[in-house]
Write a protein that binds this ligand. Sequence first.
Ligand SMILES: [Zn+2]
Length: 152
Amino acid sequence: MEYIEGKAGGTGCFFCASPELPHSAEDLILHRDRLLVVLMNRFPYANGHLLVAPARHVADIGELSSEEGNALAAMLTRCTAILRRQLQPDGFNLGLNLGEVAGAGIASHLHWHIVPRWHGDHNFLTVLAEVRTIPEHINRTFARLLPEFQAQ
Ligand SMILES: [Zn+2]
């Protein structure tokens, strides 16, 4: 029932609108199962910026089942391991914004940001250069990351 309601009422929700596919280059879906979805951010803060969300349309961590919570925690760990192998960042920002006031772009559907960081990446010109080449980066990075998510 929640699933049906989530779909019906989720026309404005980016996560619920993304297709029910295990992965999709077109939609930047790296992984989807019955509990969660991992997408690449189409408007990334940095190359390899991932979004991890429960499959279910819930707004708060308090609404997650323990099964969902455990799966999400394991996936966040797995994502950082994959990004470390493929992109060799120097660190990460893992972010969870609860509510619009906290800066959540899609406040109605809980999601974590995983942003790889490199020494010096805050440099203004570096950021600017990165932004200009990002469309190319996304497809190339997606192709690199997908096999990692498909390997169990
Ligand atoms: Zn949703």
